[in-house]
Design a protein around this ligand. Structure first.
Ligand code: 1HE
Length: 267
């Protein structure tokens, strides 16, 4: 088995709850949680190993007033990178965010303040995003003389559509509030603490069977990359494994004997 502990990380904090919910917190508030290479490496370690280290659901939170200011522009400026160097930096970002999206453990992002540039790329690799009234989304790359390198062309375009993403990149347009939720940038707009809401969602999620969550948080993403024919085939294979898992028998028996909760409309 693999173990992960808080003392392995400098730019993140890791807190493990008894119910299988892990809280991972971006911990560079003085830099608005800008993503330097060291943080990306820690995210790779975390998301590569969490699925085998007992995490049932992960809340991705942030210290300070802002979720994440994106690429560490100062590090990037100081490093004066070659094209090949920066390509490799981007490949490390992809490694981190792909492990997050495809790893099979639900990741719920508790957003606040700026979710911009690479910060939006990070958030869009989470399975659930919770925003509040102060959360705002933007792609400032255009203004900075940059281009997205952390998967926005895939994931942000997937969330809001190609044209809206191009507009965000060209004009620096900021989305927030209900409009951001309506576009799909977040699934929840919370009046209270996004952290508390994310924890509640994580606890609910962690009550599902791990193999079921694994399928939801890896198969759906993989299948989106396939042709419809291949996705239907893969779906059948995944459902074959998941829907016959011994651990599900109890839940099915509870439905059959009418002791399981029924699905009802919200009141
Ligand atoms: C940073 C960064 C950063 C803050 N890299 N150091 N992202 C952006 O273009 C967003 C840039 N940041 C901002 O627009 C603002 O900083 C915030 C809206 C996020 C926060 O504003 P504020 O007024 O609270 O903070 P601040 O005074 O601007 O910054 C506080 C400190 O954080 C300051 O450092 P200090 O040492 O002078 O105190 C800032 O330099 C530092 N800081 N943001 C480095 N991003 C794989 S490609 C991805 C491409 C991108 O992500 S491009 C988008 C980059």
């Amino acid at each position: 088995t693999v173990t992960l502990n808080d003392d392995q990380f400098e730019n993140l904090t890791l807190e493990k709850h008894d119910d299988g919910v892990w809280v991972v917190t971006l911990n560079r508030p003085e830099k608005r949680n800008a993503l330097n290479l060291a943080t990306i490496e820690e995210l790779i370690t975390l998301f590569s190993n969490a699925p085998r280290a007992g995490a049932q659901a992960i809340v991705l939170a942030a210290k300070g007033d802002h979720f994440c200011a994106g690429l560490d522009l100062i590090e990037h400026h100081d490093a004066d990178r070659s094209p090949a160097d920066f390509m490799h930096v981007c490949l490390r970002w992809h490694e981190a965010f792909n492990k997050m999206e495809y790893g099979g453990v639900p990741v719920i992002a508790a957003l606040k303040g700026a979710v911009v540039g690479g910060g939006l790329e990070l958030a869009s690799a989470a399975h659930i995003r919770v925003a509040d009234a102060g959360t705002y989304f933007a792609l400032p790359e255009g203004q900075r003389g940059l281009f997205t390198g952390g998967g926005a062309t895939i994931r942000v375009a997937d969330l809001v559509g190609k044209s809206r993403m191009i507009d965000m990149m060209l004009t620096g347009r900021v989305y927030q509030g209900q409009e951001a939720v309506d576009l799909g940038l977040a699934q929840y707009l919370e009046e209270g603490s996004t952290f508390d809401k994310a924890i509640a969602l994580a606890q609910r999620t962690a009550a599902n069977l791990p193999l079921t969550n694994f399928a939801i948080c890896s198969a759906v993403s993989h299948m989106q990359n396939m042709s419809a024919m291949d996705a239907a085939y893969a779906e059948a294979v995944v459902a074959g494994v998941v829907n016959t898992q011994p651990a599900a028998r109890e839940r099915l028996a509870a439905f059959a004997d009418k002791s399981a909760a029924r699905i009802r409309p919200n009141t």
